[in-house]
Ligand binder design. Structure first.
Ligand SMILES: Nc1ncnc2c1ncn2[C@@H]1O[C@H](COP(=O)(O)OP(=O)(O)OP(=O)(O)O)[C@@H](O)[C@H]1O
Ligand SMILES: [Mg+2]
Length: 250
């Protein structure tokens, strides 16, 4: 049996009359890069937002290390929320603050560490994403790829066990996008952080995915799951095959 850091069971999300997915179940294995894929509008972002508590499902269960997240309150909920960091699509940085101030923010809010120690951690986090020396830069003064990396440094400020990414390479040129994938791999290997990544970019999936689930809009759920190689080898489901082989049916 694999060691699951997140266990999702029979999860259903609806917006009004529209069911996005119904009764989906899967495990996110600890320390792996887990990719949620599928075409536009199939519910990838909604699933990520549900896993991180931003969307409330109709029913189901989401356990982090065996502790139920849905319906949790107070300290219990806080202890789960502290397990994860989120990289928002825009990088989630405050434009009026330097990179150092942005990364210091979660540390100032969640810890009682002295300023010097916080600055040490900030420098370390920036270095781990290849941004040493950029402490005093404003987000507006760096490239899109660097903003994403600074966003990762911020998401990792409190050493989360799990990092969530929604379309990390959206809006980046192919080279910056490949560099970001490489960084995600490197951080996963160096720190053992579990990564949950939403993407529909094939090259990205090839570069980073250990395990995948594929969502489908009309199926309102998961149509394939397993290791990347297992899912890529599927030939008897046209939707899965077409996705990996870029087949467009007219
Ligand atoms: N807050 C919301 N209220 C109502 N409907 C929503 C809301 N969020 C998402 N939806 C709907 O849920 C469905 C899934 O949307 P979602 O953004 O999760 O898809 P996605 O797979 O991330 O798509 P994309 O690849 O385009 O980002 C869509 O039909 C969308 O319109
Ligand atoms: Mg989305």
């Amino acid at each position: 049996m694999t060691d699951a850091i997140i266990q999702v069971r029979n999860l259903t999300v609806r917006f009004g009359e529209r069911t996005v997915f119904e009764n989906i179940s899967f495990d996110v294995p600890r320390g792996k890069i887990f990719v949620i894929l599928g075409g536009s509008g199939c519910g990838k972002s909604t699933l990520l937002r549900t896993l991180t508590g931003l969307v409330s499902p109709i029913c189901g269960s989401i356990q982090y290390d065996g502790i139920e997240f849905l319906g949790s309150t107070g300290l219990e909920r806080q202890s789960i929320l502290q397990k994860f960091g989120i990289l928002f699509q825009s990088g989630g940085l405050l434009n009026s603050m330097t990179l150092a101030e942005n990364i210091a923010l979660p540390l100032q809010e969640a810890t009682l560490l002295p300023d010097e120690r916080i600055m040490e951690i900030v420098r370390m986090k920036l270095a781990s994403v290849g941004l040493q020396g950029y402490e005093t830069f404003l987000p507006g003064e760096i490239s899109g790829g660097m903003k994403k990396r600074a966003g990762i440094a911020r998401a990792m400020a409190l050493d989360p066990a799990i990092l969530f990414f929604d379309e990390p390479s959206a809006g980046l040129d192919p080279i910056s996008s490949a560099a970001l994938d490489k960084l995600i791999r490197k951080l996963n290997a160096a720190l053992g952080t579990t990564m949950v990544v939403v993407t529909h970019e094939l090259h990205s999936i090839e570069d980073i995915a250990d395990e995948v689930i594929m969502l489908d809009k009309s199926a309102r759920g998961i149509i394939a799951q397993g290791s990347l190689s297992d899912v890529k080898a599927i030939t008897d489901d046209r939707r899965v095959y077409n996705f990996f082989h870029r087949v467009v049916e007219s």
